[in-house]
Design a binder for this molecule. Sequence first.
Ligand SMILES: Nc1ncnc2c1ncn2[C@@H]1O[C@H](COP(=O)(O)OP(=O)(O)O)[C@@H](O)[C@H]1O
Ligand SMILES: [Mg+2]
Length: 268
Amino acid sequence: MLECVNVRAYRGGTLVFDGLDLCIEKGQNTAIIGPNGSGKSTLLKLLSREIYPVDDPASRLLVYGRDRWNVEELRSMLGIVSNDLQQEYGRHSPGRNVILSGYYASIDTWPHQQFSPPELTRAEVLMHRLGIADLADRPFGTMSTGQQRRFLLGRAMVHAPEALVLDEPTSGLDLPATFRYIDTIRRLMRSGTQIILVTHHMHEIPPEVTRIVFIRDGRIFASGDKEALLTSEAVSELFGCPVDVMCCNGFYQAVPSSSGEYDAGDGM
Ligand SMILES: Nc1ncnc2c1ncn2[C@@H]1O[C@H](COP(=O)(O)OP(=O)(O)O)[C@@H](O)[C@H]1O
Ligand SMILES: [Mg+2]
């Protein structure tokens, strides 16, 4: 699905990746974890072609085996959720239109866009499943962050993409909404949708995710099976602070270590 060889990429003036190597197989449900500013969002933007790597014959970035894409075509294969997308959305578009815009991977819907009865039905079903059917006519700008986030999740799923690319998808969601969303993406994974997930919350890594990638300072710090990497030792090393990781019902959770010191040493 994604092959990065010796990739170099900038955000604004910041060199985020300098020699990034990473392969994610098609179908491999993957969670990407790492400290703030380590390059997780940049990696997802490289994947969805929101940013491009530095052109160099010694480097390669392939998405589904191709280095050139019609961006529209690629985005129709992906379902994307990110904070940036949430910021871009028009304040006035009703919730239903936010979901429907997923069929065209557009921001908002446009008069020339047509929706078939099954497409409209699927949008309604998704809104019910995400618990937002009563907000279908509400302008996006008047919703809470968590409500907006649920509409973006619906937008990302409505066109049955090959893969969901989720950058901190549950930020702003309450627990029931988080669990409902987890349930929905588990269902999608079981029916063959691939998930690439960036998260700080271990408990939202569903059991179906098998591969973990740790990123730190623009480098792959570690990569491998979930059982091997979601351990107290490995996660503590990644973040450079003591973390206790536990597993329950196939889900993980990270809590402060009982022996840990988290004082920044600034006397506050
Ligand atoms: N628009 C931007 N302009 C300049 N630097 C940026 C921009 N966006 C992100 N960065 C920098 O790029 C690095 C990686 O950012 P990002 O991929 O967003 O990290 P993460 O998602 O892991 O928190 C950080 O050092 C961040 O400050
Ligand atoms: Mg980020």
